[in-house]
Design a protein around this ligand. Structure first.
Ligand code: AMP
Length: 360
């Protein structure tokens, strides 16, 4: 156990997108100086931080210079190149650690880990060539989903295999890259649990949230989800098993399918997560503050909700009526400072707040 970082210490964040921006803001509120490393000097997080370090990810000298200036480091996305992580780790402690990244950067490794941690997943198979896909479909059946093992997010690098889908086309669609074939989960709902974990294995978990996606992108999160105490307890067990298996320090999220009243793990995000944005306005302590507390070695705050919340992502042109959104009572608007609107780009989110138990 290392000593807690005193206020005024420097926490570095690898990556300067909206998650980095909200982490930087939360860290500043706890009295830390936040430094951001991102190839784009004008990145969203950079404009809310004490200092931006800008260089390509493969400039190890620049990453080391940045890390040497920080008392602790964290990251806002799981695809930080391993070389950058090596360079950073040579100068300062990175939290969460390498295990959290290595076990979640590759969907096949991740699903195997989830099973070893004692949690349920859909049936899956490793695919490296078309004949393997043909054989795996015999076992797993249709519908199923073919996903690239690496660098998939928001539904990218995925092909749905229906009754009539030609397998060669599906294989071509994902670029013939190393892949995983997953059985399609006939879920009633998509849920997620966001939790924070400290170096000494203490966990503070938020209640389950219900998520609605469209086109592979999260649109709306409703929280706390309307679930039984049993399902909530089951989700907490899953968070404990996965947090311990990763030896995670910081916030992580587990995306779940509810199938016939049971929870199946879809994937793990080893970082703050879009489905936890509701905590900013409906919980005593937000996921961003919890993460910075864990990284700094501070005690976690309370993850109790004081309100219910419907979080809606503002994607692309959704952000254009910002004046109307800003005028809504009972809502808080969060904009990410991105310079240009693009289709599919997350521009901000709005948290609509309700009394606990009183959502529509
Ligand atoms: P992912 O990139 O794995 O988070 O997938 C994005 C979205 O695709 C999920 O939130 C689900 O809506 C859907 N999806 C992914 N995998 C499956 C699956 N095995 N069964 C059913 N739906 C899935």
């Amino acid at each position: 156990m290392t000593q807690p970082l005193a206020p005024g210490s420097v926490i570095g964040i690898l990556g300067g997108g909206q998650l980095g921006r909200m982490l930087a803001t939360a860290g500043a509120e706890l009295g830390f100086d936040i430094h951001i490393f991102d190839p784009d000097r004008d990145c969203p997080a950079g404009r809310t931080a004490t200092r931006v370090w800008s260089a390509p990810w493969d400039d190890n000298g620049a990453v080391q210079g940045f890390a040497a200036r920080c008392d602790a480091l964290t990251f806002e996305w799981e695809n930080v190149p391993t070389s950058a992580l090596d360079a950073a780790e040579s100068r300062a402690a990175v939290r969460p650690g390498r295990k959290s990244l290595e076990l979640t950067q590759d969907r096949l490794v991740e699903k195997s880990f989830i099973r070893e941690a004692g949690c349920r997943t859909v049936e899956f198979a490793e695919i490296n060539a078309l004949p393997e896909l043909v054989a795996a479909i015999e076992r797993i059946g249709r519908p199923s989903i073919l996903k690239t093992r690496r660098f998939g997010y928001d539904g990218k690098g995925q092909a749905l295999i229906r009754e009539d889908t030609d397998l060669a086309s599906a294989w071509a669609e994902i670029g013939e890259k190393p892949a995983i074939l997953e059985a399609f989960a006939p879920f009633e709902r998509e849920l997620s649990i966001v939790a924070a974990r400290t170096q000494d294995a203490k966990i503070a978990a938020y209640p389950l949230a219900e998520n609605r996606h469209a086109g592979g992108i999260l649109r709306v999160t409703t929280a706390p989800a309307d679930v039984s105490a049993e399902l909530q307890a089951n989700a907490l067990q899953i968070a404990h098993a996965i947090g311990a298996g990763l030896d995670h320090v910081g916030v992580f999220a587990v995306e779940l399918f509810e199938v016939a009243g049971e929870l199946i793990v879809n994937e793990i995000a080893p970082r703050v997560h879009n489905s936890g944005h509701w905590t900013m306005d409906a919980c005593v302590c937000s996921q961003f503050e919890q993460h910075m507390r864990a990284v700094a070695g501070w005690p976690l705050g309370s993850a109790e909700p004081h309100s219910a919340c419907e979080m809606t992502n503002l994607i692309g042109a959704d952000v254009e009526p910002w004046q109307e959104l800003a005028a809504e009572k009972g809502a808080r608007l969060h904009l990410y400072g991105k310079r240009t609107i693009r289709a599919g780009r997350k521009m901000g989110h709005i948290n609509r707040i309700f009394p606990l138990g009183g959502q529509s």
